[in-house]
Structure formats: structure tokens, C-alpha cells
Write a protein that binds this ligand. Structure first.
Ligand code: AMP
Length: 236
């Protein structure tokens, strides 16, 4: 039987000597640090899926369901969706076959509970977690978030100042009209940065203590950051 016929949804493939251990790339950093942009570039370079919990939750928020309405409210306020909902989403998404050779997490984990679950998943899936913190100053974050544009169709990320689309207000990839995110308004930005400081920043120490953390400056032009990430993750 062909290999692909055996490797069904959710099957873990054990690493062998000629098959390197696949990675879970975890991009950490405050909102606006460039996680989503770098995750997209890395995904295209290495062929690993980008798993953005923010994008998945935004899709869920657009559904006419009780959970969808709840998620929409939480996202608009800048608070975090519960760890239980996230656990369900991440377990399901990372068990798909496109994750077998590795995947990139953008926006997950954001709490200590989530960090512990991610390490459990890594062990169960036989993958090596590589955690990168894109360290960025609060002034830079505020500036970037208020000039950020996203594509409502394919979720590509742009910035009026540092990463503008080729044609004004149109997505380079799919041509849809770009939008500002509803949680990129000043009040929600302030809340998201506060939530990041209180609940997510402690994860930097958590991963550092376990010897899993690499720090890369999120202040640099995006191609410089991308080159450093590419070097860290090895040849494509
Ligand atoms: P992001 O697109 O990563 O900035 O996420 C947008 C919003 O989605 C956040 O402000 C949260 O409300 C929610 N969200 C995304 N990822 C998570 C997560 N890992 N845990 C809890 N809430 C999340």
C-alpha cells in the first residue's frame, strides 16, 4: 500500500534517521510584532501551513451561531477567547495531514495553559517546538496596528507604511478590497496590549527556562527579520 494511503488524517509519522523531526514553529510577540506577516512568508518558503488562531476565530465569529456571536464580542473587546475553545481548535487543525511535515503557529499559545497544551501536542505528534519571540517596542506596535490592513478574503496582511499593497487598497494575491480590522481601533489596541503584557508575556520566560526560545528583533524591516528566521529554521 502506498505511504500516503497509510498516513490518514491525524496519523503521526515517526521520525527516522533520514527523515528529520518536523517542527512546530511558534511565533511569539505582541499584537503588531509581525507574527502573521512572517508566518505567511515562512509558510510559502517552507511549505508548512500557517495556523493563525485569530483568523480561525474571525471565521467562526462570522458564523450565525451562539459561539460565533460570543467570539465576535470577545475579539471586538480585545480580550482572549477561552483556553477550552482554543484547545479544541488547535487539536483539530494540527491533526490534519498538511501538518505532518511541520506547521507554524501564529497567535498561539497566549496563556500558560495554552503553552502547556502546545508542548503536550508537540510530544504526542513527535514534533520539535521552535519558539521565536519577535521583540518589539510598544510605540512601534501602536503605529503598526493603526496602519494595518487585512484582506477579508485570503487574510493576507499589509501595512499602509511599511508593507503597502501594489495597488492602493487591493490585495496583491486575490484582488479583494482591503479593510482595517475592527479590533485595530485605539481602545481595543490598548486592551490587547494590556492583555498581552498580563497573560502572554510571561510565556517568554516559560519557554526560555525550557531552552526553547530564540529572540529576534521585530523592529527590523520585514525582509531582514524573515532572513534571520529562515536561517534559524534551516534550508527549505
Ligand atoms: P490575532 O489575529 O492573533 O491578533 O487575534 C485576534 C483576537 O482573537 C485576539 O485579540 C483574541 O480575542 C482572539 N485570539 C486569537 N488567538 C487567541 C488565543 N491563542 N487565545 C485566546 N484568544 C485568541
Amino acid at each position: 500500500m502506498a505511504f500516503w494511503a497509510l498516513a490518514g488524517e491525524g496519523c503521526a509519522v515517526a521520525a527516522s534517521e533520514d527523515q528529520p523531526v518536523s517542527k512546530i514553529v511558534v511565533l511569539m510577540g505582541a499584537p503588531g510584532a509581525g507574527k502573521g506577516t512572517q508566518a505567511g512568508l515562512l509558510s510559502r518558503r517552507f511549505g508548512w501551513p500557517k495556523i493563525s488562531t485569530g483568523d480561525i476565530l474571525r471565521e467562526l465569529a462570522n458564523t450565525d451561531s451562539e459561539l460565533g456571536h460570543k467570539v465576535r464580542e470577545i475579539q471586538a473587546s480585545g480580550q482572549l477567547v477561552s483556553d477550552d475553545v482554543l484547545a479544541e481548535i488547535v487539536r483539530e487543525r494540527t491533526s490534519r495531514t498538511d501538518c505532518l511535515n511541520g506547521y507554524i503557529l501564529d497567535g498561539y499559545p497566549r496563556t500558560l495553559n495554552q503553552a502547556e497544551l502546545m508542548l503536550e501536542l508537540a510530544e504526542a505528534q513527535g514534533k520539535e517546538p521552535v519558539v521565536v519571540n519577535l521583540a518589539t517596542r510598544p510605540e512601534t506596535l501602536r503605529e503598526r496596528l493603526s496602519s494595518r490592513l487585512i484582506c477579508p478574503r485570503c487574510a493576507e496582511i499589509y501595512n499602509d507604511v511599511t508593507n503597502p499593497p501594489r495597488e492602493a487598497n487591493r490585495c496583491d494575491r486575490c484582488g479583494a478590497v482591503l479593510q482595517h480590522r475592527s479590533d485595530d481601533d485605539p481602545q481595543a489596541i490598548a486592551k490587547r496590549l494590556e492583555v498581552y503584557r498580563d497573560q502572554t508575556e510571561p510565556l517568554i520566560e516559560f519557554f526560555r527556562k525550557r531552552g526553547l526560545l530564540t529572540e529576534i528583533s521585530g523592529e527590523q524591516p520585514l525582509d531582514v527579520t524573515f532572513e534571520q528566521l529562515t536561517r534559524l529554521l534551516g534550508p527549505a
